[in-house]
Design a protein around this ligand. Structure first.
Ligand SMILES: Cc1ncc(COP(=O)(O)O)c(C=O)c1O
Length: 401
């Protein structure tokens, strides 16, 4: 009765069971996977969303790409980041997920392929499967910084590849796309008439000063059809408002052909509500107040994480931006056992590396959004867990001798 776009079995996994069991026993779980900024103790001005009640929204004037005023405001957002994107190349969406869905409809036929970075955003599996297309993975490799493994890109490309996804900065590795990697990727994609979709939702959040300005951005490219994705969900900490956008770039003729087709797709859904479009210029401006708080929080937590883990069995990998920290942890137990044990015995919830498809074990991913006290408490428990487990499991040198 049901399509194979949705998995046939929807079961709770061991981690979800462990959380439910602990909560049912009345024991708290300290959540280091928190990714909802509206639940992270930021100071949202109470009237922040008042532009949504603007009376101009009482009139419905549907436009496939969204109102020109709202698209101008997005264009100014790009200017704030030092990028020149004109409003006629901006398309409003209800979210980044909505943007992916529109773009996959534009670019891929059923059973066509999309190249997805590994490790990366777990939702890609569903976003791709729900469009009836297929994911092929290419690897990011870490050597003090994350870069694209181009051999794996070449291996993954086939004559059915339509899109290469990049996430900049990536969730969870925190790596921006370097100019050199973008240059190579653009050449590979342009030669095969494959489009690039760059998810830049975290572009405002650099953990290393200067990392954002030094990153390669697809909207500067005139040689390959590219789509940059952004939105208020991260840039203003307002996921509930449901406003995202796509910035289209590339050779003029291809951009124009893409926009013609995208117009038909967007016209079919008209997914961005009128109140959100009317409010967009104000909300984008007001979002700066929340963005600065988030940037301060994730920066403080990341620096603390890096220094606190320095002399422990957990290694904090270098992150240039974003909302996540990656810990390489001792592989003394399967990753799943480790994160389940952290919930059951230490009362702290983390993401296992396999959730993001790390190439090998063992990694634990923590969100940098929680309030400082909770974050430090949770990370201290994680470090203690791995320090104690490794001491208990690995015989000391003295013992061996
Ligand atoms: C890489 C990435 N893209 C997009 C999103 C979600 O954006 P939206 O709320 O606009 O769908 C997330 C959320 O965590 C994300 O990590």
């Amino acid at each position: 009765m049901f399509s194979s776009r949705v998995p046939p079995v929807l079961r709770r996994n061991r981690l979800t069971e462990a959380i439910a069991t602990r909560r049912a026993a009345g024991q708290p779980v300290l959540d280091l996977t928190l990714s909802n900024p509206t639940h992270a103790g930021f100071d949202y001005p109470p009237d922040l969303l008042s532009p949504l009640s603007d009376a101009r929204a009482l009139s419905y004037d549907p436009q496939p790409f969204g109102s020109l005023d709202a698209r101008r405001a997005v264009s100014h957002e790009y200017a704030r980041q030092g990028l020149d994107v004109t409003p006629d190349r901006i398309v409003l969406t209800a979210s980044t997920s909505d943007a992916y869905s529109l773009l996959f409809k534009l670019l891929a036929n059923p059973d066509d392929e999309v190249l997805v970075p590994r490790p990366s955003y777990p939702l890609f599996d569903h976003l791709i499967a729900l469009e009836g297309i297929r994911a092929h993975q290419y690897n990011l490799e870490y050597h003090g910084a994350w870069t694209i493994d181009f051999d794996s890109v070449e291996r993954a490309l086939t004559n059915r590849t339509r899109v290469v996804l990049v996430v900049c900065p990536n969730n969870p590795t925190g790596s921006f796309l370097s100019h050199a990697d973008l240059e190579r990727l653009a050449a590979a994609c342009a030669a095969r008439r494959v489009a690039i979709v760059a998810d830049e939702v975290f572009a405002d959040y650099e953990l290393e000063p200067g990392a954002a300005a030094a990153a390669g951005r697809v909207s500067t490219r005139g040689d390959v059809l590219s789509f940059a994705l952004g939105g208020l969900s991260k840039s203003a900490g307002l996921p509930q408002v449901k406003l995202g956008w796509i910035a289209v770039s590339g050779p003029d003729a291809v951009v124009s052909a893409a926009l013609d087709r995208l117009e038909l797709i967007c016209d079919t859904y008209l997914s961005v509500s009128t109140p959100v479009q009317v409010a967009a210029p104000e909300l984008i401006g007001r979002g700066a107040a929340v963005r600065s708080q988030i940037a301060e929080r994730v920066g403080t937590n990341y620096r603390w994480l890096a220094s606190k883990t320095a002399a422990t069995s957990c290694t904090c990998l270098r992150a240039e931006g974003g909302w996540y920290g990656v810990l390489r942890v001792p592989s003394i137990e399967p990753e799943e056992d480790a994160v389940v044990g952290l919930v059951t015995n230490d009362g702290v919830l983390t993401h296992p590396g396999y959730f993001f498809d790390f190439l090998h074990e063992s990694f634990v991913v923590v969100s940098l959004l929680p309030q400082e006290t909770a974050f430090r408490d949770g990370v201290t428990r994680v470090i203690r867990h791995f320090d104690c487990t490794s001491q208990a499991t690995v015989p000391s040198r003295d013992h061996i001798e």
